[in-house]
Design a protein around this ligand. Structure first.
Ligand code: AFP
Length: 333
């Protein structure tokens, strides 16, 4: 057991590989881990303390809010409030960038979906947290809002937490993707998935087929293609769709495959949020050898116009995403 590598040790050893580091990013990542441990504990007992169900109001971007959405956001904001580690927080649950008083001189900005998959909270399904960390520009006079509207390619770290059969934190700081499983007795995240590499092709696809008839013809043809039998190309693929992006993405990372949420009648610009869902996961999956686009353009190249901007999203094994893009473009009849 003493060979176990804690998140703290791993993050610090990663930091020491680079010159001129101050340790701030390490402390920031560990504070995300601290917030994740609190969320894992509270999610685990939410049904016992009245934390399930709707809060009644909609959040800043018009989504219905669960009690755990609000709670998760509070935990994240409080976890960073006094640390001086971040200058601001962009959260799915907050209308504007939250400036952090203790972080006036901080180098980093945290973008986060505190609770991804909240439609799963009352059915004991998998839920998660998605985070991305940007360096705050040094140019004086640039407002915080203009500093968070960066391309995903400018991220310096990103990751997700899955609150499922185990609590798993997966992160990258630009040098590979690593997964840590929470040992609840120890209260430590321990390295369990060293150097995660996304298979170049999988045999699972994750999508809400309830929107099938609203999707572009090329996407419908792609799904029909996946469902045909052909051993040479590992078809038919199996459908796995959990309702939580982090869980479906994690399967793509471990077993290979593809997740997509195209635009549909209810979501003309797509459902997922570019700044704190698509970009952080695109940055991470690319570090693992996978790929993410909006169906045409690389997610990491997209510069958001607003912090809650939505985007069509396809992510996973590179060959699968490229095949999806060819069908969408009409390149395959
Ligand atoms: P919620 O957090 O509102 O449940 O949305 C989760 C999510 O952003 C993503 O995690 C899922 O893959 C997708 O939306 C589920 O959306 P549908 O319920 O429309 O399939």
């Amino acid at each position: 057991m003493t060979q176990a590598i804690t998140l703290s040790r791993h993050v610090i050893e990663e930091e020491h590989k680079h010159q001129g580091t101050t340790g701030t990013l390490s402390r920031l990542l560990l504070q995300v881990g601290f917030a994740a441990k609190i969320l894992a504990r509270e999610i685990g007992r939410a049904a016992l303390v009245g934390k399930l169900g709707l809060i009644g109001e909609k959040n800043a971007t018009g989504d219905t809010q669960k009690k755990l959405d609000v709670y998760a956001n509070e935990v994240v904001i409080e976890a960073f409030a006094e640390t001086g580690l971040v200058a601001g927080v962009v959260s799915e649950e907050l209308e504007r960038v939250q400036e952090v008083a203790s972080g006036v001189e901080a180098k980093y900005i945290l973008c986060i979906d505190p609770l991804d998959g909240s439609s799963n909270t009352d059915t004991n399904g998998v839920i998660g947290t998605i985070f991305g960390i940007y360096l705050k520009e040094k140019t004086p006079g640039v407002s915080l809002i203009d500093q968070v509207l960066n391309r995903g390619a400018d991220l310096v770290a990103a990751g997700y937490v899955m609150y499922g059969t185990s609590t798993l934190l997966v992160y990258t700081s630009g040098h590979g993707v690593h997964g840590f499983t929470l040992d609840r007795e120890l209260g430590e995240f321990l390295l369990s998935h060293r150097d995660l590499c996304c298979p170049e092709q999988g045999r699972y696809y994750a999508a809400n087929l309830g929107h099938y008839h609203e999707w572009a013809p090329g996407i419908r043809k792609y799904i029909d293609y996946l469902e045909q039998s052909d051993n040479a190309t590992c078809r038919p693929y199996s459908l796995r769709y959990t309702g939580a992006l982090v869980a479906d993405l994690h399967r793509c990372l471990v077993d290979g495959g593809i997740y997509f949420y195209p635009q549909d009648a209810a979501h003309p610009d797509g459902k997922l949020r570019l700044v704190y869902e698509c970009a952080p996961l695109a940055y991470l999956v690319q570090q693992a050898g996978g790929y993410a686009s909006d169906g045409k353009r690389r997610i990491l190249d997209l510069k958001p116009d607003s912090i809650h901007q939505r985007s069509p999203f396809v992510i996973g094994s590179r060959k699968d995403v490229e095949m999806y893009e060819r069908f969408l473009a009409g390149g395959i009849a």
